[in-house]
Design a protein around this ligand. Structure first.
Ligand code: IPE
Ligand code: IPE
Ligand code: MG
Length: 249
């Protein structure tokens, strides 16, 4: 069951935001630029949204950077995205660290080159002790992959006698998912106009508020982010109850 009053220790009703950053390619195309220019512009939007989350004392931000399906793109684009990922892991970490941000990368990381895996480990280790915003970058991530890897880990533990089948509950499953130990996402945003989940976090979206906007990711700035937050705040989260019940509380 989701928590009744999901306000964290920071007193914020918005604890975890997850975003599908979509529309980079179309943003570039509109400007007669190569798709990669859109991805680069998208990275500067990431900086702005991270800074906004830090300012607003949000506990966690989860960004979909590369899906398990994105390997199907032309090889050249995949290669350029990997280069951009490596550059970001090298250049952005210092500033994140200064802002007390804890960086995590979620997804099947075994598919990345050794160089990228080393950069990921360095970045994660450097910021591991930070107590501010937890920034999850979903890379080679898929919601179905996440549930599958959790099921596999649990099955091994049952096989080894470490876990009893009766102890597999909704709560215990969460401890095996990539977003374990974080509050469930409260607000899901997708930019770029599509109204689909594209295999992003699936389990945790069960009671999340969904927000879709046509704005392309490189054009999504602090005011547009604030519009999404305002929309979230105008909604009544009932978690199965009636509106009248909530008024009585
Ligand atoms: C999202 O933008 C970024 C990634 C998937 C890496 P797109 O590249 O999907 O942009 P559009 O949807 O083609 O405009
Ligand atoms: C979803 O965007 C993945 C990321 C933003 C990383 P896509 O542009 O790949 O999604 P689809 O394929 O249009 O659903
Ligand atoms: Mg897209």
């Amino acid at each position: 069951m989701p928590e009744d009053k999901p306000t964290g220790s920071r007193g914020n009703d918005l604890r975890h935001v997850c975003i599908i950053m979509d529309g980079n390619g179309r943003w570039a195309k509109k400007r007669f630029m190569p798709r990669f220019a859109g991805h680069k512009a998208g990275l500067s939007t990431v900086r702005k949204i991270v800074s906004s989350c830090v300012e607003q004392e949000i506990e966690a931000l989860t960004l979909f950077a590369f899906s398990s399906e994105n390997w199907r793109r032309p090889q050249k684009e995949v290669g350029l995205l990997m280069e951009l990922f490596a550059t970001a892991l090298t250049r952005e970490v210092k500033k994140l660290h200064e802002n007390n941000v804890q960086l995590r990368i979620i997804g099947d990381l075994s598919a990345f080159s050794e160089k990228i895996q080393t950069l990921i480990n360095n970045a994660i280790n450097k910021t591991a002790g930070n107590t501010g915003l937890v920034l999850n970058i979903a890379a080679n991530y898929g919601g179905r992959w996440d549930i599958t890897q959790a099921a596999r880990k649990m099955a091994y533990e049952v096989q080894q006698g470490k876990l009893a089948a009766e102890d597999i509950t909704e709560e215990s499953i969460e401890n095996y998912l990539s977003l374990k130990d974080l509050p469930e996402p409260d607000l899901f945003i997708r930019t770029g106009g599509e109204k689909r989940i594209s295999n992003f976090v699936l389990w945790q979206l069960a009671y999340c508020e969904l927000y879709f906007t046509d704005i392309l990711w490189p054009d999504f700035n602090k005011p547009q982010f604030q519009d999404a937050i305002d929309s979230f705040r105008s909604r009544q989260r009932r978690f199965g109850r009636t509106g009248d019940q909530l008024k009585e509380e």
